[in-house]
Design a protein around this ligand. Structure first.
Ligand code: ADP
Ligand code: MG
Ligand code: MG
Length: 198
């Protein structure tokens, strides 16, 4: 992966999160404290500002740099979780990304440990876990299929009862709304895959 290519991927993901910040905030207004878009925009504006320097690093170091920025800038529950995702990816991934499925699996495990959570609790893990499973299954056209997997998984959080994070404070009233973190995860996957396909 060239620095130009990596730069394009970083900017694509950051721009997608920034462009959808209002939508993420609206989702968090329904079942949280209404800051998910603001939190994510703050983090990804920092990532975007450093994108050129980050893209010069080997892939593992670039992912760790992004993870560190997310931990420092996003805040809330999602900052440490997304930070952990990128830090763990950076720790495990090969410089040529040849072990992406194994690295993503390790990173999702790390998020579960950090969040003391697992899929089925109406969180970002309800998108990350099915994407990880699809990656592990492999097969053709992954960059075209993963966004569909991720979007369907985010939609599937709507009828779920939240048992982790702020939304869990609402109990049954969390049912009927998409989880904000599930939506931001789906957005990041979709924008990354789209940029990979270009
Ligand atoms: P906060 O809830 O602290 O305001 P954000 O609004 O930025 O933080 O992020 C909320 C999102 O974080 C939720 O929609 C959910 O997807 C995710 N989340 C919260 N707690 C956990 C957890 N323990 N494990 C996994 N994901 C979580
Ligand atoms: Mg919030
Ligand atoms: Mg908050």
């Amino acid at each position: 992966m060239t620095p130009e290519h990596l730069h394009k991927l970083i900017v694509a993901v950051a721009d997608a999160v920034i462009a959808h910040a209002d939508e993420l905030t609206e989702l968090d207004q329904a079942i949280g404290d209404g800051d998910h878009g603001v939190n994510m925009r703050r983090g990804f504006e920092a990532v975007r500002a450093d994108a050129a320097a980050t893209a010069e690093k080997p892939l593992p170091d670039a992912l760790k740099a992004i993870g560190t920025q997310l931990v420092m800038k996003v805040g809330g529950a999602s900052g440490p979780l997304y930070g952990t995702l990128f830090l763990a990816l950076g720790k495990t991934i090969a410089p040529d990304a040849s072990n992406i499925a194994a690295a993503f699996a390790a990173a999702v495990q790390a998020v579960e440990a950090r969040g003391k959570s697992h899929p089925g609790q109406k969180t970002l893990l309800d998108v990350l876990a099915p994407v990880q499973a699809a990656l592990a299954d492999g097969g053709p056209h992954l960059p075209a299929r993963l966004p569909i997997v991720a979007a369907a998984a985010a939609d599937a959080t709507v009828p779920m009862l939240a048992t982790r994070g702020r939304a869990s404070f609402l109990g049954e009233r969390s049912i009927g709304h998409m989880d904000p973190g599930a939506r931001s995860s789906a957005l990041m996957i979709a924008s990354l895959c789209r940029a990979l396909e270009e």
